[in-house]
Design a protein around this ligand. Structure first.
Ligand code: MN
Ligand code: MN
Length: 378
């Protein structure tokens, strides 16, 4: 990597040295922002925010931080949460107005769900596994031995992790005689319920999954709310691998994902998504992405581990690995089925004379057009 002081906003005769003050570490992390490609133009909104700049809510045995429309105003349709729960630590029983999609990053975790049909689903998950909980369906999350860290994505940018409907608060804010009547016993039996939320709190590591399942009715939902995505093999491409995780494998989900490992020098090819916004979480490596919109607008961003990116639906983009390690990124979409349109495939499937008439391409360029799917190139 360039030394930050070597990086100057100069391109040929354009630009001039920056004498400071400068935030050198930010310049170093965002070389294509400080010194944009000559092709960048116009007023694309900001499409990057880092969890490293999001308020972290520290609780007993865990933490949670969020990137919502308040942090990333262009992302009106999706929000994300990064959460850590140590061994046994519980994210309280709750529900919310939004649907919740989850991807496990580290460790082992247990999800507990009860739905409107009184179906019960309890499952243990590890890195690369997922869950999907529809809006309004109650659930809780618990760290298993060694703890867990995971990513949550919600289908509304206005979501806040701090404004979910909690079991403690529901019961604390109902008149005691109503609570007593509801359960058919005296109010004295509810004298010790908490007066405010527990949210994230310590409990012992729970009993083994099979023991807990045996305590509950065997009433699984038609489509399980979890999916062990870690067992699906990714599709190899010349510049890396990609794994689609959508309702095709995981029928309960209303949100799709593409998990990619892009090798140094590799690139997620030029494309767009006809039916969905794209919410990105970068896990390893260093990336750049340019987003194109009408008319003649383009802006380039850099991403590092822990950063969030966003691409509004139908806007053209690529993701390039500009580092010397594997770039691992998950793209989450607010649609049940993954869809994209490849620039290369579009051109290859259009009458050649029409393409030549638009773009003045030579024979070599015409031969480079690919009929087959080419998600990641190098
Ligand atoms: Mn939730
Ligand atoms: Mn995309």
């Amino acid at each position: 990597m360039q030394k930050p002081t070597d990086l100057q906003p100069i391109r040929g005769s354009m630009g001039a040295t920056d004498l400071g003050p400068r935030n050198l570490l930010l310049d170093q992390q965002n070389p294509d922002v400080f010194l944009p490609p000559a092709t960048d133009i116009g007023s694309i909104p900001n499409l990057k925010f880092s969890f490293g700049m999001a308020h972290n809510r520290l609780e007993d045995g865990g933490w949670a931080r969020e990137v919502t429309v308040r942090e990333l105003p262009a992302a009106t349709t999706m929000a994300g949460v990064n959460m850590k729960l140590d061994s046994g630590v519980v994210r309280e029983l709750h529900w919310h107005k939004e649907a919740e999609w989850a991807y496990i990053l580290q460790g082992q975790v247990r999800l507990t769900v009860v739905d409107q049909d009184r179906c019960v689903w309890v499952d243990d998950l590890g890195p690369g596994d997922l869950w999907f909980v529809p809006a309004g369906i109650p659930h809780s999350i618990q760290g298993l031995e060694g703890g867990t860290e995971f990513l949550l994505v919600f289908d509304d940018g206005n979501f806040s992790e701090n404004e979910t409907l909690l079991i403690t608060e529901f019961m604390a804010h109902m008149p005691p005689e109503v609570i007593a009547k509801n359960f058919g016993i005296s109010a004295a039996h509810f004298a010790n319920i908490p007066k405010s939320e527990k949210y994230i709190f310590r409990m012992p590591v729970p009993e083994p999954l099979e023991t807990v399942r045996a305590q509950l009715p065997a009433a699984p939902p038609k489509y399980p709310y979890t999916w062990h995505g870690s067992s699906k093999q990714p599709q190899p491409y010349p510049g890396g691998t990609a794994k689609v995780i959508d309702a095709g494998d995981f029928p309960a989900t209303a949100m799709a994902a593409l998990v990619m490992d892009i090798e140094p020098g590799g690139m997620r090819e030029l494309h767009w998504h006809p039916d969905a916004d794209e919410w990105q979480f970068y896990m390893t490596g260093q990336a750049r992405m340019t987003v194109f919109d009408a008319t003649a607008k383009a802006r380039t961003f850099n991403y590092n581990p822990g950063d969030v990116g966003f691409v509004p639906r139908t806007l053209g983009h690529y993701i390039e690995n500009i580092g010397d390690t594997v770039l691992k990124v998950v793209n989450v979409f607010n649609t049940p089925r993954y869809q994209d349109v490849s620039l290369n495939n579009w051109m290859a499937l259009t009458p050649p004379a029409l393409i030549r008439g638009h773009l003045n391409l030579d024979d070599t360029a015409m031969k480079a057009l690919r009929l087959e799917r080419s998600t990641i190139v190098r």
